[in-house]
Design a binder for this molecule. Structure first.
Ligand code: A5P
Length: 229
């Protein structure tokens, strides 16, 4: 029987599926964003029913959700490895190359992904793209000298906008940095090259390209299917 859902339900399905894969007595990285929220909410429920884990959040928001649900949290600087990290994505291509950072948490997310033995990406079908770049590529930069940093990025062909809040103030990340959202052109289609070129500029902290980091991808479709690749 066919049944149809909306994208919010897809996010919930993907998040809950990922929660069902979490093993007892492991350290879990908690992603950030609307899809990761469904994962954390399900994890809260599982912990209330006896699942024993410790978790590391990638943002204040995920910290608050987990703490409110009594998920035991572990201070990141007391560990060097995480068992499983679960998070959403802004875009994912057929090679599991990803753009993240729509919510501005890309740097902590990438640190946690790099520390993790397994990274599980949870997405609804709208996040699938043939080629990365339909949405802006977030680039985290230091506030110090940012006018010159932006000029260097623009000279290399990276046009974009400095991210602002809805109140038109500069968006500041939880690491006290700024985000420059780059509009990639169709010819800028080599993520590794562009990641390396962008991060070679002093003052650029990181890009939202997550390359070679996704181990498993859980995709939920509007027809109710959930596929794990
Ligand atoms: C946060 O900085 C992002 O990397 C999010 O993980 C990503 O944007 C996915 O968010 P949604 O699940 O809300 O689409």
């Amino acid at each position: 029987m066919m049944f149809f859902m909306d994208l919010t339900n897809c996010k919930k399905l993907a998040g809950e599926k990922a929660a069902s894969l979490i093993k007892p007595n492991t350290i879990v990285g908690l992603g950030t964003g609307s899809t990761a929220t469904f994962f954390i909410q399900k994890l809260v429920e599982l912990c209330q029913n006896g699942l024993k884990i410790q978790a590391v959040p990638t943002s204040e928001n995920s910290f608050r959700l987990a703490a409110a649900g009594n998920i035991p949290l572990i201070e990141i600087n007391t560990i060097t490895a995480i068992d499983t990290y679960v998070d959403g994505a802004d875009e994912i291509d057929p090679h599991k190359q990803i753009i993240k950072g729509g919510g501005g948490a890309l740097l902590r997310e990438k640190i946690v992904a790099t520390m993790s033995k397994e990274t599980i990406i949870i997405v609804d079908e709208s996040k699938q793209v043939k080629r990365l770049g339909n949405r802006p590529l977030p680039v985290e930069i230091l506030p110090f000298g940012h006018t010159a940093i932006l000029q260097q990025l623009q000279l290399l062909g990276y046009t974009g906008v400095l991210r602002h809040t809805p109140n038109k103030e500069l968006f500041v990340t939880e690491n006290n940095n700024l985000i420059y959202d780059v509009h990639l052109t169709t010819t800028q289609n080599n993520p590794l090259f562009h990641h390396q070129q962008i991060t070679s500029i002093p003052g650029v902290v990181d890009t939202g390209f997550f390359l070679g980091l996704a181990d498993r991808v859980i995709t939920a479709f509007l027809d109710g299917q959930v596929i794990i690749n």
